[in-house]
Write a protein that binds this ligand. Structure first.
Ligand code: SP5
Ligand code: ZN
Length: 348
């Protein structure tokens, strides 16, 4: 399987995040993808290529508002000029409920475009986020060129990012951007996004909530006990034309492999019923037992099984890297997952 990777992810390397009231070293570290890349090369999963052609911003604007993109581009410089801490942009006041008037104040803007305090912006963040989206777009293009499966080694991740909101270490929704590309450039009619990160992909849910062409299926830790807390409940089923095309499967804390795999089987049944032209897997590995911000108890042997079951769909499959913070185990878990997939396909 081809992996698409860009070293520009390194431009996003914030010094801290504010989590549960503490300023801490970010869990979302550049080493994550370097370790995955090493394992992919060592275990000979397949060739690694860089994003191809020029990035066309229109491909990103199909998902994200122009004012949001412009915010991301200028957030750091304007913040520093206005006297914000040059270490990183982080909101101090969030625009919530009725307090959502617009603002031009560079110290206030982060609170308009963020939903948490864990997603700092530094000088290179926008470029890194664009590169990550470019990785997803290149991978989507390869699917259109009849590559049966591609792994987009994205960083920063994407599934928490909404049309005009960053959060959960995410700025641009790479999976959603790939889905829109497949529909608009490739003429695909139906897509299924299967999100197996431990956190609910609130951004992806928002983006496709009223659409019936893109099914969003997510298995995640119960939002009553874990992030993102305010979204991801089972009764969020889509709206309007999209009713029935959003499905959340929340699982309890400490969910194990047996529980996770039976949820995966349910999700895969729904994916089959949708009859998609392509499956996009939002692949997070924070379900691993040792993950420092996880909460499930999956062991490394779970990932090849997950890959195998997804392979049985026998559909074009685009894997998009999301979370996973047990850095030392990431290479093993990702490669186990991708190998499980590859070894069980009639087409590579
Ligand atoms: C892409 C992705 O995986 N983003 C995740 C962002 C999660 N940030 C908040 C984590 C909250 C962890 N809570 C731990 C509670 C103590 N067990
Ligand atoms: Zn996650």
């Amino acid at each position: 399987m081809i992996t698409v990777y860009s070293e520009d992810h390194r431009l996003h390397h914030p010094p801290h995040e504010l989590l549960d009231g503490s300023l801490i070293t970010p869990y979302e570290d550049p080493q994550r993808v370097e370790i995955i890349l090493d394992a992919i090369l060592r275990q000979e999963i397949g060739p690694v290529i860089q994003p191809q052609a020029l990035l066309d911003l229109d491909d990103i604007r199909r998902v994200h508002h122009t004012d949001y993109l412009s915010y991301l581009e200028h957030a750091y410089t304007s913040w520093v000029e206005a006297g914000g801490n040059p270490k990183a942009v982080l909101p101090s006041a969030l625009a919530v409920r009725w307090m959502n008037r617009g603002t031009k104040n560079p110290l206030a803007l982060p609170g308009y475009y963020s939903f948490d305090t864990s997603t700092p912006i530094v000088a290179g963040t926008y470029q890194a986020a664009l590169a990550s989206a470019h990785v997803a777009l290149t991978s989507a293009e390869m699917i259109l060129q009849r590559e049966p499966s591609v792994y987009a080694l994205c960083r920063p991740p994407g599934h928490h990012a909404g049309v005009n909101l960053c959060g959960g270490y995410c700025f641009l929704n790479n999976a959603a951007i790939a889905a829109e590309y497949l529909i608009h450039k490739g003429g695909l009619s139906r897509i299924a996004i299967l999100d197996i990160d431990i956190h609910h992909g609130n951004g992806t849910q928002q983006i496709f909530y009223e659409r019936s062409d893109v099914l969003y299926m997510s298995i995640h830790i119960d939002p009553q006990i874990e992030y993102p807390y305010f979204s991801g409940f089972a009764d969020e089923e889509g709206a309007g034309e999209g009713f029935g095309y959003n499905r959340n499967i929340p699982l309890p804390q400490n969910a194990d492999q047996t529980l996770f795999l039976s949820a995966l089987d349910q999700a895969l049944d729904d994916v089959r019923k949708h009859e998609p032209d392509c499956v996009i897997v939002s692949a997070g590995f924070d379900t691993y037992i040792e993950d420092p911000i996880g909460g499930f108890t999956l062991t490394p042997d779970a990932y090849p099984i997950m890959g195998t079951r997804i392979a049985q769909l026998q559909l074009p499959t685009l894997f998009v890297q999301e979370g996973g913070y047990a850095i030392q185990a990431l290479g093993t878990n990702v490669c186990g997952f991708l190998s499980g997939f590859q070894n069980n396909r009639s087409v590579a």
